[in-house]
Design a protein around this ligand. Structure first.
Ligand code: PCA
Length: 225
C-alpha cells in the first residue's frame, strides 16, 4: 500500500518526490515522515512537492521507491530519514553498497554484510547540490551539515538503491537528481533534537536551493558544517 497523493502534476509542472519513513526501532513516530507530509503540495520554483512514505524495510522500501518514480516521473528525489543522535539536518554525500543492520527492520529482517545490489559499484554519490542545500538550510537559521555516511541500515539502502535506479533505469531518468537527508529526533524522542517547524523550514529552503542551483557551489575545503 503506497501512502501518497493520487493526483498527478498538471502538464509542465515538475515534481519533487519527497519521501519519509514509517517509525522503526520502537519509536511511535518518525520526524522524516512528518516533515515530508508538512511539505506535501508546496510549490518550489515551478515544481510541486509530492510526499510519500517508505517502509523501514530492506528491499520493500526500494520496490516502493521504484513504483513512485514510475508514477510521478519526478525531476528531483529527496529521501528523508531519522538519525537519532545527530544535531543538524545532515545532507548525505554518498550511499555505499552494503546492508549491515544493527537492529531488525520493520519485518524483523537484519541483513549483515550483504550488498544492496549484487555486483553493483561500491558507492554512488548523491546528485543533489549538497553544498548549495547546506547554504539553504543555514540561511533558514537551522543547523545543517554535509554528512559523509548515511550508515548501513535502511536509509543507506534507499540512498544507494535510489542512485542505482537513477543510473540504470532505461528512459525517463536522465538528469533526475537524487539524494538523502537525515534529520535529528523531535523533542520527546531523545536529545539532541530539533523542533518540527525548524526542520520543515530548513528542508523547504534546501529544496529551493536545490532547484535554483544548476551546479553545486564550492564553499571551500572543510566547509561542511
Ligand atoms: N532512519 C533509518 C531507517 C529509517 C529511518 O528513518 C536509518 O537511518 O537507516
Amino acid at each position: 500500500m503506497l501512502h501518497h497523493a493520487s493526483h498527478y502534476a498538471p502538464p509542465g509542472e515538475r515534481v519533487i518526490l519527497l519521501t519519509g519513513f514509517d517509525p522503526f526501532g520502537g519509536d511511535t513516530l518518525n520526524p522524516s515522515w512528518l516533515i515530508a507530509q508538512a511539505l506535501h503540495g508546496q510549490r518550489v520554483g515551478g515544481h510541486r512537492v509530492v510526499a510519500a512514505q517508505l517502509p523501514t524495510v530492506f528491499g520493500r522500501s526500494l520496490y516502493q521507491l521504484e513504483a513512485l518514480l514510475e508514477a510521478h516521473r519526478p525531476s528531483m528525489v529527496v529521501c528523508l530519514g531519522q538519525a537519532g543522535g545527530r544535531t543538524a539536518l545532515s545532507i548525505e554525500r554518498v550511499g555505499i553498497n552494503i546492508n549491515d543492520a544493527r537492529i531488525p527492520d520493520n519485518t524483523g529482517a537484519q541483513p549483515i554484510d550483504t550488498p544492496v545490489v549484487p555486483a553493483g559499484p561500491a558507492a554512488y554519490f548523491a546528485s543533489l547540490p549538497v553544498k548549495a542545500m547546506l547554504r539553504g538550510v543555514q540561511r533558514a537559521g537551522v543547523p545543517g551539515e554535509v554528512s559523509q555516511t548515511a550508515g548501513t541500515f535502511v536509509c543507506n539502502h534507499v540512498l544507494y538503491g535510489l542512485m542505482h535506479l537513477l543510473a540504470t533505469r532505461s528512459g525517463g531518468a536522465a538528469g533526475v537528481r537524487g539524494g538523502f537527508i537525515h534529520v535529528p529526533w523531535l523533542p520527546g524522542q531523545g536529545a539532541p533534537y530539533l523542533p518540527l517547524r525548524d526542520m520543515v523550514r530548513g528542508l523547504y529552503m534546501a529544496l529551493w536551493a536545490a532547484v535554483l542551483a544548476h551546479e553545486d557551489i564550492a564553499l571551500g575545503a572543510g566547509a561542511t558544517h
